[in-house]
Design a protein around this ligand. Structure first.
Ligand code: ME8
Length: 509
């Protein structure tokens, strides 16, 4: 089966920060996991380059919008291999193929009678590229997200008849309870729809940095219409000479934070209905990474540079930390000190030690060959916290089917801890002293190697680099997911240096 997952396309008005890395890593974990399940995966990310946020940032810096877009888009592109994102394509909305396809779809929406010309008056936030309703504004007509003072703007432009999609959207939500996850975000989206939908402006007359309306080239498309369509247009040109639309559309899941929920849960399905295109199967809306209790954002300036974090902790640790510390779906605070603490206690101690002691004991007691043994019923079973290894794979798959990335990671971590407890309980170092108990030692080492292999395969989507090393050391070439007990003994393993070596200098903060 095919599985198509996307991230938002990021604005190129500034460099990437950890918030962008977070969503991208989340989507990457889903993509990698589904590939391990044998699905035909397409994972898309990219940059949103048109419209006011970029035009204004370029003006402030005294450069052309295209120059700023080229520079920052490249920073986002460079980020992808650094965070081990396995995206199948990187779309730029300045790609001529994207522009042409957007014009084609918008012309269809126009031809289908869903547009008209009118006058708009409202408070416009150039950073959000969005008009705000008076109730959304902070005191002093300030943007609720960027906290900047907004101007009242009046302009002549084209409108999209969003109001006529109120009923179809309500029907969509009634018929697809999973369209927006988690549930509380679905309720927010539905409340917005039920509150009454207003038509929205579809073009901007004063801007030149954008996609011209095919039927009125004096106006450029409101950036959100151009941006949302990236999820659809990318498939038509991601592979030269091949159109992937049939193969992957409709999308399985669009991943994003709650700041852009309205666009994805209301505008986007309405646009697709207007263009008579199939709707995505669902959205997953996560919370914000906070620094000092505020949303990490370039306009507030409280950002962590992902490149610096990776230089210090490595990509695996970043990928792990984000989804351990901040439960996917909720807001959560992160800090350099928090990174350090989880690195030491969970990566170096829990997982790193389990790996090194398992490999070391097989090396020392059995010359580096996993012995044959019998599966330990207690380790396999679900009693004592529901962390049984026999059901681990299915539980993780079910959770990741619902994009529950943190809960699936927690299930794996329970298994890591359970395996560590198993070592403490079984005391293989004592068994090794007694030749009469050689068969018991075989069983323990067999179960440890097998448990570690199964959990490491599940963690591979989260920490691809470290798990690759460990799986190679465990003599496992395949990356497909396995059941506990599916591999017998007789496999050679080798000791490797610490997967998560001690950090040198302490982090500040
Ligand atoms: O909104 N915590 O682009 P953008 C978690 N171009 N995620 C965060 C975050 C934080 N503190 N800060 C940013 C746009 N993100 C549009 C999208 S899509 C058709 C167009 C992530 O550069 C999160 O995924 O402002 C959020 O939704 C996205 O970056 C916004 O990126």
């Amino acid at each position: 089966m095919s599985f198509y997952v996307t991230t938002p396309i990021y604005y190129v008005n500034a460099e990437p920060h950890l918030g962008h890395a977070y969503t991208t890593i989340g989507a990457d974990i889903l993509a990698r996991h589904m590939r391990q399940r044998g699905e035909d995966v397409f994972f898309l990310t990219g940059t949103d380059e048109h419209g006011e946020p970029v035009a204004q940032a370029a003006e402030r810096q005294g450069v052309e919008p295209r120059a700023l877009a080229d520079k920052n888009s490249q920073r986002f592109k460079d980020l992808m291999p650094r965070i081990d994102a396995s995206n199948d394509f990187f779309i730029r909305t300045s790609d001529p193929e994207h522009v042409a396809k957007v014009q084609e779809v918008m012309q269809r929406i126009h031809d289908n009678g869903h547009t008209y010309e009118g006058t708009y008056e409202g408070y416009y936030c150039p950073r959000c590229a969005d008009f705000k309703t008076p109730t959304e504004l902070l005191e002093g007509n300030r943007c609720p997200i960027h906290e900047i003072v907004l101007e009242l703007e009046t302009e002549q432009n084209w409108f999209f008849r969003l109001s006529t999609f109120q009923e179809p959207l309500e029907k969509l939500y009634a018929g697809h309870p999973d369209f927006v996850r988690p549930d509380f975000r679905r309720n927010e989206a539905l409340a917005f729809i039920k509150g009454g939908l207003q038509d929205v402006s579809l073009s901007r007359p004063k801007l030149s940095w954008g996609v011209p309306l095919p039927w009125d080239p004096e106006q450029v498309m409101y950036v959100w219409f151009d941006a949302l369509l990236n999820y659809y247009t990318a498939l038509s040109y991601a592979r030269p000479g091949e159109d992937l639309t049939e193969r992957y559309w409709p999308c399985d899941v669009h991943v994003m934070a709650k700041d852009i929920l309205k666009f994805h849960s209301v505008y986007w399905p309405a646009m697709l209905m207007a263009a008579e295109l199939p709707l995505p199967k669902g959205l997953y809306v996560h919370g914000y990474l906070l620094m000092d209790d505020k949303k990490m954002s370039k306009s507030l300036g409280n950002v962590l540079d992902p490149f610096e974090v990776i230089d210090r902790f490595g990509s695996d640790a970043l990928r792990f930390y984000c989804f351990r510390e901040v439960s996917f779906g909720q807001d959560g605070s992160i800090s350099p000190a928090g990174f350090e603490s989880r690195y030491e206690t969970e990566l170096a101690n829990d997982f790193g030690n389990l790996a090194s002691r398992t490999l070391a004991m097989i090396d020392r007691y059995r010359d580096g060959v996993v012995p044959e043994g019998a599966l330990d019923e207690a380790l396999a079973g679900d009693e004592g916290g529901g962390a049984g290894l026999a059901t681990l794979r299915d539980r993780v798959c079910d959770l990741l089917d619902g994009c529950e990335i943190s809960r699936a990671l927690e299930a794996c971590w329970e298994a890591v801890r359970r395996l560590n407890r198993y070592v403490e309980e079984m005391r293989p170092w004592d068994l090794a002293k007694d030749d009469e108990r050689a068969a018991e030692l075989d069983d323990v080492l067999f179960n440890l190697a097998e448990g570690l292999r199964v959990v490491t395969l599940l963690l591979h989507a989260y920490m691809p680099a470290a798990t690759d090393k460990l799986l190679a050391a465990l003599g496992e070439d395949d990356r497909g997911l396995c059941e506990f007990g599916s591999r017998g003994g007789g496999v050679e393993v080798e000791r490797i240096p610490a997967l998560f070596p001690k950090l040198d200098a302490p982090a500040k903060g």
